[in-house]
Write a new protein. Structure first.
Lengths: 112, 114
């Protein structure tokens, strides 16, 4: 069974608007990661937030983590056409050899 | 720059054929992973390896095997391809321990079994 579940499954916004995607998970985690996948390509790591962190920023990305609610959100500010992609959250274990469990993703479309 | 390459972007095979998917990373990473990705199901882990000649089953290992003879290369083998193995296959690698857990992905191989 999947650990992370993204919401919504699909999101379409106007260029320049902010996009928010949510992820919920079931069990305790060491870290949570967000990845981007452009159509038909491999995944690219965006950001990792550890279980003892509440918020993290990277450029136009802002990730929050609420371990009490077992949820995370990814905010992309001032969206661009190049942000059109699928976004996945992934929950990580306690070593790099642990399995990372991916959700089924949010498909983001940016309208010009 | 980190680089993971996969032997083919697109592959078409017939039912019953033996299929080899190869993955090579140039980052000296200990850990390597094979996933399959299907619409609505996200990524599912098939096998992973944390060292040369070591392998661990993931969530869906049935119908697959793997080989890791060299650190940089991790091969996925479909012993007898079936139509339900039509999918996108993604390889990834990650360095060991010390709090670095992100995975680096190859571009994927879209396999069609007819």
């Amino acid at each position: 069974s999947q650990q992370g579940e993204e919401d919504p499954q699909a999101l379409s916004i106007q260029e320049g608007e902010n996009a928010t995607m949510n992820c919920s998970y079931k069990t305790s985690i060491n870290n949570l990661q967000w990845y981007r996948q452009n159509s038909g390509r491999g995944l690219v790591h965006l950001i990792l937030i550890r279980s003892n962190e509440r918020e993290k920023h990277s450029g136009r990305l802002r990730v929050t983590l609420d371990t009490s609610k077992k949820s995370s959100s990814l905010l992309i500010t001032a969206s661009r056409a190049a942000d059109t992609a699928s976004y996945f959250c992934a929950t990580g274990g306690y070593s790099s050899a642990s399995k990372i469990i991916f959700g089924s993703g949010t498909r983001l479309s940016i309208r010009p | 720059d980190v680089k993971v390459t996969q032997s083919s972007r697109y592959l078409v095979k017939r039912t019953g054929e033996k299929v080899f998917l190869e993955c090579v990373q140039d980052m000296d990473h200990e850990n390597m992973f094979w996933y399959r990705q299907d619409p609505g199901l996200g990524l599912r882990l098939i096998y992973f390896s944390y060292d040369v000649k070591m392998k661990e089953k993931g969530d869906i290992p049935e119908g697959y095997s793997v080989s890791r003879e060299k650190k940089e290369r991790f091969s996925l083998i479909l012993e007898s391809a079936s139509t339900n193995q039509t999918s996108m296959y993604l390889c990834a690698s990650s360095p060991p321990g010390t709090g670095v857990f992100e995975q680096y992905f190859g571009p994927g191989t879209r396999l069609t079994v007819t």
